[in-house]
Design a protein around this ligand. Sequence first.
Ligand code: G1P
Length: 274
Amino acid sequence: MIKKCLFPAAGYGTRFLPATKSMPKEMMPIVNKPLIEYGVDEAIQAGMTDMAIVTGRGKHALMDHFDMNYELEHQISGTAKEALLNDIRDVIDSASFTYIRQREMKGLGHAILTGRELVGDNPFAVVLADDLCINEDQGVLAQMAALYKQFRCTIVAVEEVPRDETHKYGVIAGEPLTDSIIRVTDMVEKPEPGKEPSNLAIIGRYILTPDIFEILENTQPGKGGEIQITDALLEQAKNGCVLAYKFKGKRFDCGSVEGFIEATNYCYENIYKK
Ligand code: G1P
């Protein structure tokens, strides 16, 4: 039912410099697959077909990745190496890719608002490729899309984190509806230590109803002087239709070197070698 998936991908990836000096951070590979392709796979598995990517300067490699490379195809055609392109060929065949440039870096909320033209007046998913989520039977977005069908509300993925790490995330609080679903009543972007409303951190998977765009247009810069999706979601939550979902699966913070290495080891052992 949800066809569109937005990928904010305009950030600089400064934590990985110099690797990200001329290469988009979303193209950093976990073993042999770029981070963003894991996110696109997850979206396709959830039944989504329209990938909308918000890019910035120096992101051509991203566009080239989701396109044919005739020279390469020609070179390896008929050799054993051809099979190595099977997965990305399937991805390219299963989805459309559109791009829009975010000219100024004014925060995640601004990046999502920039994607409005690609998304239109439809509910849509958002994937932050830095957060690599793995669950064998049903990916996190597929779990969330199923919930959306039932509730027709905005849904954010959350995970319990140690209290001393809550300052790195958007943190929610609310009323539990089931063991894994919470109706959100409060939300704080990167709370000061001791001011967090809970230990439930938002992870980079969202399903948003399109009224979020109007709200984002009126959202003032918040934490770090940036337009924060978390602030817009708190406004949206006033209508009682923002849910937080404790997803099933593993999540790796590939925006940090430690998380990136953990994800690499995990994927090497559990995906690549199998
Ligand atoms: C963003 C969001 C934050 C969320 C996080 C998940 O922060 O602003 O609310 O918890 O993604 O990865 P960033 O990591 O871009 O600073």
